[in-house]
Design a protein around this ligand. Structure first.
Ligand SMILES: Nc1ncnc2c1ncn2[C@@H]1O[C@@H]2COP(=O)(O)O[C@H]3[C@@H](O)[C@H](n4cnc5c(N)ncnc54)O[C@@H]3COP(=O)(O)O[C@H]2[C@H]1O
Ligand SMILES: Nc1ncnc2c1ncn2[C@@H]1O[C@@H]2COP(=O)(O)O[C@H]3[C@@H](O)[C@H](n4cnc5c(N)ncnc54)O[C@@H]3COP(=O)(O)O[C@H]2[C@H]1O
Lengths: 141, 141
């Protein structure tokens, strides 16, 4: 249909390439991941392994949860934990060929969708912002 | 144009009403706000005053920033702070009559947009999820 066609024309531009995406390694200690998240200002970022494959997502809230003892924050709780201990592993990913219908469908419940190639190597992310820029553009024509 | 018309038809359904929106009061201590954010699971929520007017946004990252001393977390830093000390005050709001072009435009840079009435009373939020549900629906017809 018309909406799908219009969004499809610009498909190549939605992907933010891996080199522009903040990420951490699954072996990084949580203290380090907390500093990275605070510095880059994103609430959740991809996690990769030594082979540069996408393996999960790490969020500020997961790290804050790890600091809590009941209702008290204790930063020492992070001392023996690393990213892979608290990262989300159940993550919907995009694999080629990228399908705009699938991208739109996933964007309803996911602020960003990680993309990988055939070897599961992390290649970038598609964000809600990029999709809404395109929709906004269409609505203004 | 067609996209705008289609999105306009469903305009009334985009707003999540205030009673379904997690929020805190500007006078709440930051410890309390941290617990609320952790419990509801949202990264950023509206702040209202005693008159139920919208006054700002409070985020998990703003509270985590307040806990930092250089690179160390110290929860005691929150003891003397309340929501209004760290909330974002410069916030784009929607006022009636709501305009779908403006809503789409704001959604490009804002995960959600607070809506108020003529007296600045908080009436709800419009989220990217609600907009993308509509776009997704259109693209699948
Ligand atoms: N430094 C910044 N500069 C400009 N705008 C900023 C920004 N940080 C946040 N925003 C705005 O806030 C939205 C939500 O950011 P959040 O970090 O929660 O959620 C982000 C974050 O989890 C992830 N993300 C986006 N860009 C990223 C990047 N370059 N590296 C790593 N993760 C990224 O994708 C989610 C959705 O991103 P999206 O762009 O749709 O939506 C972003 C964007 O509109
Ligand atoms: N408990 C939950 N159940 C189902 N899905 C959940 C969820 N918590 C988060 N999500 C998903 O994650 C997205 C980002 O949530 P976040 O809390 O960073 O960012 C949220 C949050 O800052 C705010 N928000 C959404 N609903 C809210 C509510 N009921 N009360 C307060 N703030 C809300 O608007 C932003 C964008 O929301 P949006 O729905 O577009 O996008 C949400 C939604 O797709």
């Amino acid at each position: 249909n018309a909406v799908k066609e219009l969004l499809l024309e610009n498909q190549a531009d939605y992907l933010i390439p891996a080199e522009n995406v903040a990420h951490v390694m699954e072996e990084n200690p949580l203290n380090h991941a907390l500093l990275v998240l605070t510095k880059v200002g994103y609430s959740k970022i991809p996690v990769i392994n030594k082979e540069s494959q996408f393996v999960g997502l790490i969020s500020l809230s997961a790290i804050v949860d790890a600091m809590f003892d009941l209702t008290e924050i204790d930063p020492d709780n992070l001392a023996n934990l690393c990213v892979k201990d608290v990262m989300e592993r159940e993550v919907k990913m995009l694999k080629p060929p990228y399908d705009i219908e699938k991208i739109l469908h996933l964007s309803v419940d996911n602020p960003f969708i990680p993309a990988v190639n055939k070897e599961n190597i992390f290649v970038g992310i598609i964000t809600r912002r990029e999709l809404l820029k395109a929709v906004n553009h269409l609505a203004h024509e």
